[in-house]
Design a protein around this ligand. Structure first.
Ligand code: SF4
Ligand code: SF4
Length: 162
């Protein structure tokens, strides 16, 4: 439960999950922002108008999935590291998950890492497709994960031997 351990419930997540139909069209932002704190830079970072203007800074973000093209700008601009991109169209077997990362050293392209869920539990393997540093010091990490884990994997752990 979010208030107790920071882990959202299925009910918390429901408002930010696009339809299967939208997921099948290509990359899309999954905004996992659940608490009414005064924060709204995701609105300014989105140049496609997919994130609706906040009436109050403490509103939760609202996204129009049809306007979102999964560009990832809001992932860079979110100070809460709360936004992810999911692309279910990468291949039949694997989906691409893009997540914000603020540690060094960066993982290498092609590196196999442990895929972690929102609880921090290992749920399988992922391959690093790309590590894309940005001027904001948040690096976008693209992971390839099994299709069935695209809505579960939200972080990763490097193996000790790299
Ligand atoms: S991924 Fe791009 S288009 Fe989609 S909400 Fe974020 S900034 Fe907007
Ligand atoms: S910038 Fe991030 S933390 Fe702030 S409201 Fe948007 S999604 Fe939530």
């Amino acid at each position: 439960m979010l208030e107790r351990d920071g882990v959202p419930t299925a009910e918390d997540l429901a408002r930010f999950i696009p339809s299967e139909e939208r997921l099948a069209k290509g990359p899309v932002a999954i905004i996992e922002c659940f608490q009414a704190i005064p924060c709204d830079p995701c609105y300014d970072w989105c140049k496609r108008g997919a994130i609706k203007r906040f009436k109050n800074p403490t509103d939760l973000p609202q996204i129009d999935f049809e306007r979102c093209n999964g560009c990832g700008l809001c992932v860079i601009g979110c100070p809460g590291l709360a936004i992810f991109i999911v692309d279910g169209t990468y291949s039949e077997e694997r989906a691409r998950v893009v997540l914000p990362y603020e540690f060094l050293p960066l993982p290498e392209k092609g590196e196999v890492v442990e895929a972690l869920n929102r609880e921090g539990e290992a749920v399988g393997e992922a391959e690093v497709l790309k590590a894309q540093p940005t001027k904001q010091k948040t690096t976008l990490i693209s992971l390839l994960v099994p299709q069935g884990l695209a809505m579960e994997v939200r972080f990763f752990r490097r193996r000790e031997n790299g």
